[in-house]
Design a protein around this ligand. Structure first.
Ligand code: PRX
Length: 645
């Protein structure tokens, strides 16, 4: 059995691609027929990129959880929806069938209702990778509440900012989360974030680590008690079920915060129908998922990859999605391979940074592990370098599994450019071809299409998208103008991705990385402005400038140039203090790898920091710094080069 919208050959890919561009309405209208609607749409697509205003399947009514769960029950109720692998390999694996998932999600929906959550309310979710996180996300969607998952590595201040921005009155969290040898005290972080917050009415706490937690009467409640109540209530009415809220196609499904080149992270808003169809369509086609396959995505649900390709896409396709609580190196560097062996995983989807870090342990952790169940390998989050690609291909895929390098973003909802496994050809470090519905274009700084090839015979430019696809962001929460200026104002009538890319004569794309002031550290997006703000909050820091530099494992490392004035401690202590400040303001993921103290920064006469120069110095390439005579104080460059770490 396969899916009616599954692309089976390269000829079909080209045909479908053409159809999707020539007549998007009938192309996507036909695909949408294969989903469950309460009421069909009036119009497939309406759009302009000026405002922007993008609407897919307007007038359509549905609930995404009926598509992810209910419609599978009759035929696949006892099939595993989620296989949950705990942090500690000696703990119990949990197999959540579609029937069980349905029951739990209905209970969550009832629990949320009992606590006053209504359609349109925002619910922040701050949990470890436990099945209850998936139930929480889907429970929100069931009653039409908008979830905003916050990655467990974010700190107090980041949570405060997100709570304030979403105006959330409800939080779902855990006492703590297990990650490798660590026990992360999530509830305690939430408690700190709630100091002075008058908006949050309820905090639901799931018990995972049995870390002692403070529970405030009237506000903090236990997940277990609430779920038991909900179960009793629902059982009193017969077999457990909770009616799904009827949602408009364009009702918001979730908000997910992501960093940009300016200001605080913005809340990317995805809506219901288009996102559902895009994640399902891309999941089935890129991985060429077939019913029964065991699919393992190693991402965290705190990031978009987990939303789209652990929860929504796979479940809407009726797939078996393996969810892992821990980290690749615990209890040892063979953990992924052990999981693949024990659960007979067919499809593995992971990040280049994980591959590079595991490469460093050599082949011992792989030896003795049976990886023969693997059929397809995926990569996401950053450009995959050729060395890592070949290692992945040879040692994990045993040279028989296609590698799909999926390029996409939080804003795109799902994969945009990727090889389709066994259908279109892969090529090391190239994302290759756009999915049907995706119309990329490379432009120069003025927004003109790049016509001239470079000396390698490739087109090189800033990657934009010409027309809407169903999974694209619709707005940024609470600030539509910010969405416009961030993505649609750089170039007229184009969505600007922030990435640079190369294109060859066959239409293949290779993503070269961000062209804006955004870093990609271990596949995590970090805005330099946001990080500089955090560093500047430290007493004694006068000014700072952040740049990225090539890092063997993380892809990009963070290099901070800091002007410090004060008498406290020596340089090493000051460095540690700055790291503590960053950890408090953003989270440990944003900690700079290197901090160099300087007395000045290279600035133009108008006061703009010349990052180009700082980047070159951080990269260790000082042979050609370009013209520095326009600098306010050219002497500072010499000093910075000498002090380079
Ligand atoms: O620079 C691109 C890089 O990650 C950015 C998006 O980050 P985020 O929104 O956090 O989403 C990550 C997971 C989809 C992009 O602008 N990126 C993502 N995938 C790739 C990639 N760069 C190169 N190749 C990829 N496959």
């Amino acid at each position: 059995m396969s899916y009616p919208y599954q692309i089976k050959s390269i000829e079909q890919y080209h045909q479908d691609y053409k159809k999707s561009v020539d007549d998007p309405d009938s192309f996507w209208g036909a695909i949408a027929q294969h989903f469950q609607w309460r009421k069909k749409w009036d119009k497939v697509l309406e759009w302009n990129f000026k405002e922007p205003n993008v609407k897919w399947f307007e007038g359509g009514k549905l609930n995404i959880t009926e598509n992810c769960i209910d419609r599978h029950l009759a035929t696949m109720g006892e099939k595993p929806a989620i296989i949950w692998e705990p942090n500690d390999p000696n703990d119990r694996v949990r197999i959540v069938t579609y029937n069980r998932l349905h029951k739990r999600v209905c209970q969550v929906a009832q629990m949320l209702k009992n606590n006053g959550v209504q359609k349109g309310d925002r619910v922040c979710i701050y949990m470890g990778m436990v099945p209850e996180l998936a139930y929480a996300v889907l429970g929100c969607a069931r009653i039409g509440a908008i979830h905003s998952v916050i990655f467990g590595g974010f700190s107090v201040q980041s949570i405060k900012d997100r709570l304030e921005d979403t105006g959330a009155a409800f939080i779902i969290t855990c006492d703590g989360a297990f990650r490798g040898g660590k026990d992360i005290p999530l509830k305690s972080v939430i408690d700190d974030a709630l100091v002075g917050n008058n908006l949050v009415k309820k905090v639901i706490v799931y018990t995972r680590t049995r870390t002692p937690v403070s529970m405030i009467k009237g506000r903090d409640i236990w997940w277990e008690d609430e779920m038991a109540n909900a179960e009793d209530q629902l059982e009193a009415k017969g077999p457990i079920s909770f009616p799904a809220e009827e949602m408009d196609a364009e009702d918001p499904l979730f908000i997910l915060y992501t960093s940009g080149s300016t200001g605080k992270p913005k809340g990317v808003v995805h809506t219901t129908a288009g996102y559902m169809i895009w994640t399902t369509y891309t999941f089935v086609n890129t991985f060429q998922y077939n019913p029964g396959d065991v699919y393992f995505c190693t991402a965290d649900i705190g990031w978009i990859t987990g939303h789209s390709y652990i929860v929504y896409g796979p479940l809407a396709a009726g797939a078996t999605s393996l969810m892992f609580e821990g980290i690749p190196t615990y209890p040892d560097a063979g953990r992924f391979w052990d999981i693949i062996d024990r659960h007979k995983v067919n499809i593995l989807y992971t990040a280049p940074t994980a591959i590079r870090s595991l490469m460093g342990f050599g082949l011992d952790p792989i030896n003795g592990k049976d990886l023969s169940s693997l059929k397809v390998l995926g990569s996401v989050g950053e450009p995959i370098n050729e060395e890592a690609w070949h290692w992945y291909d040879k040692n994990i895929g045993k040279s028989k599994c296609p590698i799909i390098d999926t390029w996409w973003q939080t804003e795109t909802g799902g994969t945009m450019i990727s090889t389709l496994a066994n259908v279109t050809p892969a090529r090391p470090s190239w994302a290759t071809l756009p999915l049907p519905g995706v119309q990329p274009i490379l432009v120069d700084e003025n927004g003109k299409e790049v016509i001239q090839k470079d000396d390698q015979g490739l087109w090189k430019g800033n990657l934009c998208i010409k027309a809407p696809w169903p999974g694209m962001l619709r707005t940024t929460w609470g600030d539509h103008e910010r969405c416009r200026t961030n993505y649609f104002a750089a170039y007229e009538n184009l969505y600007f991705t922030g990435d640079g890319a190369l294109k060859d004569a066959d239409g293949n794309y290779r993503i070269t990385g961000r062209v804006d002031d955004v870093l990609n550290v271990s596949g995590h997006r970090i805005g330099t402005a946001e990080l500089e703000n955090a560093i500047n909050m430290h007493t004694g820091v006068v000014e700072s400038a952040i740049v990225g530099y090539p890092h063997d494992i993380k892809g990009q490392g963070i290099y901070a140039y800091v002007i410090y004035q004060g008498h406290h401690g020596d340089d090493e202590l000051r460095r540690q203090d700055i790291l503590q400040t960053v950890t408090r303001i953003i989270g440990p993921i944003a900690k700079p790898d290197k901090i160099q103290f300087v007395t000045g920064l290279p600035k133009t006469r108008s006061g703009k920091i010349m990052r180009r120069i700082l980047r070159k110095i951080a990269e260790g390439d000082v042979s050609n710094l370009g013209d520095i005579t326009t600098l306010l104080d050219p002497g500072v460059v010499e000093e910075i080069i000498k002090g380079r770490i």
